[in-house]
Design a protein around this ligand. Structure first.
Ligand code: 18C
Length: 253
């Protein structure tokens, strides 16, 4: 469906609810637009490159709020052989979550708002000596067309919200996160017939941003070292996971 140059994807055809017409629609729209606005913000000022591995670059901005470390993270990567849609699809869909997410003890869907928007409740692994963290968030996938010729942008945003079906149960601590995975597909040496595009002709340019408040005090130095280790690990592991999953499948544009 094209309206004003914007295409809202239809990934899932079991339409149980009308797309984009639910109580969180306005909030989600606002957060999605914020992410799109800052996606090309340059990282030369105030951001430290804390990890680099081939095409992968991980940046961090050191920020504390009331003595709690809430460093924003921003990472870039280029992944060969996959599309932006594929990266976002595997990131969004519940059934793959435990196969690539290494920081979780559990995940469940507690509400479906529309085919592109669900609410998850997740329990993270406990990192000694801090309390275990959980997170309740809406997750939204979207396709944004730029023009007829360009490949669309695909994105997923996960944003914490309270929910009656996910009360906070101490000693667990609820973290507050706002993360976005934003992907574009690049087609190299495109064959004349688009049907002849092969995995070797495609790559995905990815930006991932994370604003995470641990939701209670944790030793800052420990948090920074866990983050420095875990974010690159996540990105590498998740990318390899999608490469493996899609290798012998038809390309999902
Ligand atoms: O985006 C990711 N996952 C999404 C889908 O599951 C999810 C995003 C969540 C935001 C980040 C959550 C961070 C949780 C940290 C809990 C404990 C870490 C466990 C480590 C296990 C060995 O919607 C992928 C997210 C990749 C996250 C990388 C880790 C970030 C570390 C941040 C530290 C948080 C503080 C808690 C522990 C401090 C210990 C001293």
């Amino acid at each position: 469906t094209i309206s004003n140059g914007t295409v809202f994807s239809t990934p899932n055809d079991e339409n149980t609810a009308v797309k984009g017409q639910h109580r969180l629609a306005n909030e989600i729209e606002h957060i999605v637009q914020e992410h799109l606005k800052y996606v090309h913000e340059d990282v030369n000022h105030g951001w430290d490159l804390i990890h680099q591995d081939g095409e992968m670059k991980v940046y961090r901005r050191e920020v504390e709020e009331n003595g709690i470390v809430i460093d924003p993270m921003k990472m870039f990567h280029t992944i060969k052989g996959v599309t932006g849609h594929e990266m976002c699809r595997y990131f969004y869909e519940y059934q793959y979550r435990m196969e690539w997410e290494t920081t979780l003890d559990s995940t469940k869907i507690i509400e479906v708002l529309d085919p592109d928007t669900v609410i998850f409740h997740q329990m993270h692994k406990r990192v000694w000596p801090s309390a275990q963290r959980d997170n309740c968030f809406w997750s939204h996938i979207r396709c944004i067309a730029k023009s007829e010729e360009d490949q669309p942008i695909w994105l997923v945003v996960n944003h914490t919200i309270p929910h009656p079906l996910a009360p906070i149960k101490p000693p667990q601590v609820r973290l507050v996160a706002n993360v976005a995975l934003i992907c574009e597909t690049v087609i190299n040496e495109p064959p004349l017939n688009p049907k002849d595009i092969k995995r070797e002709n495609i790559q995905c340019r990815l930006t991932y941003v994370a604003f995470v408040n641990p939701g209670g005090w944790v030793p800052g130095a420990a948090l920074r070292s866990v983050a420095k280790r875990e974010y690159p690990r996540f990105l590498k592991h998740f990318s390899n996971y999608v490469i493996e999953q899609t290798r012998d499948k038809p390309i999902l544009f």
